[in-house]
Design a protein around this ligand. Structure first.
Ligand code: GDP
Length: 308
């Protein structure tokens, strides 16, 4: 995903090597190249501006240390600032003191929520949890059975609506009847009764942002008071990721972001913008269709990957 950004950034920084000291003109030139590289990678303009301003200020004021030459000092600053825009520290899931922990997934249709529910279920199981997936995407035909398939693959039970009743039942092959808010509520009750310690709620998305989608998602949120609301976003959609994130931040609110499709060949700007724009951390990254193509998001590792 970050190949071309990575090439451009390492190229810009390589030009500094071998210089005994860096003039302000050297720093300005390098910053110009970094700026272009970020814009070309589709990073949002305000994020680029703030990033470049910080690099410039720090690079110009940098003390040359005994351990690092000037070029290494700039690389170190760029690395630290990249980690900063990616969120700094790794943000772990906040599990509830009194289980079940409720994790709600929100995002546009096609973002990868249902696929993620399976991956998250699988990951939670590996961490020693006993998750329950709850099918509240009753909009998209096939979403309930898709969740049941990923749940089965992950070996995680799925709570889905009974055909025709709208009341949930574990393991039933549901049709798209009933209302998602009651299913979500019933799913949490089921988890309490059967001692599942984490509930993952899959919700419906639309192809675009609309008021009805936001209302349904916030009704589910109000009915289940989630410990985490994860905004799931396709990293391939470039600048639209930022617009969508802002709309979900206003309409539903979320506590963390999951980037999906990082295996794609898009330019990666979404990954670098969404944290700064929404103020919420990227918590997980998904990079393929298999259950294992998934990991906790580590800003420092991602920055190292981008800097090559
Ligand atoms: P939802 O509408 O948000 O529930 O999205 P889905 O989970 O149905 O995913 C939409 C499509 O994207 C499906 O074809 C998934 O297989 C695919 N998908 C999901 N996550 C990833 C990913 O990380 N990488 C790739 N390449 N495809 C993904």
């Amino acid at each position: 995903m970050f190949d071309s950004l990575s090439d451009r950034l390492t190229g810009a920084l390589k030009d500094l090597r071998g210089k005994g000291r860096l003039s302000d003109a050297d720093i300005d030139r390098t910053c110009r190249e970094i700026r272009l590289a970020l814009l070309e990678a589709d990073v949002s303009l305000p994020v680029v501006r703030a990033f470049i301003a910080r690099i410039k200020e720090r690079a110009k004021g940098a003390e040359v240390s005994a351990a690092l030459n000037p070029a290494q000092t700039v690389v170190k600053i760029v690395n630290e600032e990249l980690i900063g825009i990616l969120g700094g520290e790794t943000r772990r899931v906040r599990f509830a003191k009194n289980p079940p922990t409720v994790i709600m997934l929100a995002g546009l249709q096609g973002a990868g929520k249902t696929t993620l529910a399976g991956k998250l279920g699988n990951w939670l199981k590996q961490q020693g949890h006993t998750p329950l997936l709850v099918a509240c995407d009753l909009q998209r035909p096939g979403a309930v059975s898709q969740l049941q398939i990923v749940g089965e693959r992950a070996g995680v039970p799925v709570f889905a609506p009974h055909p025709g009743t709208g009341v949930g039942g574990e393991g039933t092959l549901g049709v798209t009847s009933g209302d998602p808010v009651s299913v979500a509520r019933a799913g949490v009750e089921e988890a309490k009764a059967k001692h599942y310690d984490v509930v993952v709620i899959d919700t419906a998305g639309r192809l675009g942002i609309d008021a009805e989608l936001m209302k349904q998602a916030s009704d589910i949120r109000d009915a289940t008071t989630p410990d985490e609301v994860l905004f799931v976003v396709d990293a391939m959609i470039g600048q639209d990721a930022v617009t969508t994130a802002e709309a979900f931040a206003d309409g539903v609110g979320f506590t963390g972001v999951v980037l999906t499709k990082l295996d794609g060949d898009a330019r990666g700007g979404a990954a670098l913008s969404v944290r700064e724009v929404t103020g919420q951390p990227i918590m997980f990254a998904s990079s393929g269709e298999k259950l294992e193509d998934f990991d906790v998001f580590h800003p420092d590792r991602m920055a190292s990957r981008i800097l090559g």
